[in-house]
Ligand binder design. Structure first.
Ligand code: PRP
Ligand code: URA
Length: 208
């Protein structure tokens, strides 16, 4: 099962701060940004390089560049937007594809309401971002959409994952690596991750 749990001290420290019950919207949003940046660093660790020759200050020099077309970052609306700028800090020229889904609170099924993809997905690596991987329904639906558009290289970056969601995604899409700061205990009867973070979208946007 391709899951990477990022145990870097900064990641675990920031995750601990995010779990505080009375955290402010500002602090949750800021930490989400910072954590996304650190997780993106890990998620891009195996990007392929190619040698290029450039005109250096003392003549031609061989350097390394990331191979292929620009990455597409895919935030799942709404909460994924909270991670977008953190990822773009590291891959500023990435193209952005957007998927709008919300979970039906009773069935926990993802309900699609919007999508807009960049071109040439068959030639790009897609980094899907969403703070929470709970049942996995939203992530699987997003991967399905990307694959239908021809995308062949997909990673999922989440802040907290539940074992149930990791299993569902791995069963449906064993080729997709999940990069996360934590693999938590389980889902409660409402489909919330325990201990989790609560409702990440509400905490990022200040809604209730
Ligand atoms: C949350 C979260 C994921 C989804 C995870 O979004 O940001 O997208 O639930 O749950 P799942 O793994 O069971 O599908 P939500 O539907 O609350 O929408 P929001 O981002 O608009 O708040
Ligand atoms: N969505 C969230 O925001 N939190 C959860 O724990 C599960 C789904």
């Amino acid at each position: 099962m391709p899951i990477t749990i990022v145990n870097h001290p900064l990641v675990q420290h920031k995750l601990g701060l995010l779990r505080e019950a009375d955290i402010s919207t500002y602090k949750f949003r800021t930490l989400t940004h910072e954590l996304a940046r650190l997780l993106a660093y890990e998620a891009t660790r195996d990007f392929e390089l190619e040698p290029v020759t450039i005109d250096g200050w003392c003549g031609d020099i061989n350097v390394q560049r990331i191979k292929g077309k620009k990455v597409t970052v895919v935030p799942i609306l709404r909460a994924g937007l909270g991670m977008l700028d953190g990822v773009l800090d590291l891959v500023p020229s990435a193209k952005i594809s957007v998927v709008g889904l919300y979970r039906n609170e009773e069935t926990l099924e993802p309900v699609p309401y919007f999508d807009k993809f960049v071109d040439s997905l068959d030639e790009r690596i897609a980094l899907i971002i969403d703070p929470m991987l709970a049942t996995g329904g939203s992530m699987i639906a997003t991967i399905d959409l990307l694959k239908r558009k021809g995308c062949q290289s997909i990673k999922a970056i989440v802040m907290v994952a539940a074992p149930e969601g990791v299993k569902a995604v791995s069963d449906a899409h064993p080729d997709v690596e999940i990069v996360t700061a934590a693999l938590d205990s389980h889902l409660n009867e409402h489909g919330y991750i325990i201990p989790g973070l609560g409702d990440a979208g509400d905490k990022i946007f200040g809604t209730k």
